[in-house]
Design a protein around this ligand. Structure first.
Ligand SMILES: NC(=O)c1ccc[n+]([C@@H]2O[C@H](COP(=O)([O-])OP(=O)(O)OC[C@H]3O[C@@H](n4cnc5c(N)ncnc54)[C@H](OP(=O)(O)O)[C@@H]3O)[C@@H](O)[C@H]2O)c1
Length: 216
């Protein structure tokens, strides 16, 4: 995020403002997990995902009997996702978490683009995250990295499904009341707010890497 707490500009452009060190840090975190989860808005903005390409990280996963790439999981209530996006040509396993209506839209046509479609509906427009995470656990995914955006992160925080938070503060200011932030949604009152414990702080050149744990 920027120094003023924005994760994209007002036009929701892809956030390509962080350094090579931040990208390497992200790749390292992705290499530690079984699955990477992101919202459809994030996929629509970037069109791609970040596969692991660092040979040392790939080797480490092999030694730990993990698949070369974590499963890339898109969440979308509507499932209105363009199958022509470059994401669908990337050499990664792809799953979709959606609602009953969303899953219907992918029946028949475009089959096989997602290896697996998980249905976990709370209602027409929301996903039942407790149910979705239970399904992911049964399918062997024990550790996930949530890559955003703010809407997805807010939903998971609301049902207490996030254990740790990494924030990289980048040296720029974007401003704009409508520009997205790490946590969107309806917001929490000060009384409801999730409290964090700061685990580490590292400065690399002009960026600050913050690592928090959610207090329970
Ligand atoms: N700086 C960074 O590190 C970073 C990281 C990620 C994203 N971003 C930026 O964030 C912006 C995209 O964020 P966004 O606000 O669009 O958020 P998002 O969470 O990526 O996507 C929102 C969409 O995902 C689906 N979704 C998310 N949570 C859901 C839930 N609880 N239940 C059902 N569906 C859910 C819905 O898809 P449907 O509409 O299809 O139903 C929703 O419209 C882009 O500008 C991107 O560049 C920045």
């Amino acid at each position: 995020m920027t120094a003023d707490g924005k994760i994209a500009d007002l036009w929701r452009s892809p956030a390509r403002f962080s350094s090579a060190a931040d990208k390497a840090h992200l790749e390292k975190q992705i290499a530690l997990v079984d699955g990477v989860l992101f919202g459809a808005g994030t996929l629509r903005a970037y069109g791609t995902t970040l596969p692991i390409s660092n040979p040392q990280l790939l080797q480490l996963r092999k030694q730990q009997h993990q698949l070369p790439q974590p499963v890339q999981i898109v969440c979308s209530a509507s499932a209105e996702i363009d199958p022509q996006l470059p994401f669908f040509s990337q050499p990664v396993p792809r799953w979709l978490i959606t609602t009953t209506a969303g899953a219907k839209a992918w029946q028949g046509i475009n089959e096989g683009i997602f290896e697996r479609i998980l249905v976990a509906s709370l209602n027409l427009k929301s996903i039942d995250w407790i149910g979705a995470f239970a399904q992911l656990g049964q399918l062997g995914l024990k550790k996930l990295a949530i890559l955003g955006g703010g809407e997805l992160v807010a939903s998971l925080l609301a049902v207490d499904l996030i254990d740790e938070l990494w924030l990289t503060v980048c040296p720029l200011i974007l401003g704009g009341a409508a520009a997205p932030t790490p946590v969107e949604g309806a917001g929490f009152s000060v009384q409801q707010a999730q409290r964090l414990e700061l685990l580490s702080v590292e400065r690399i050149e002009q960026e600050v890497f913050l690592h928090y744990r959610l207090q329970r």
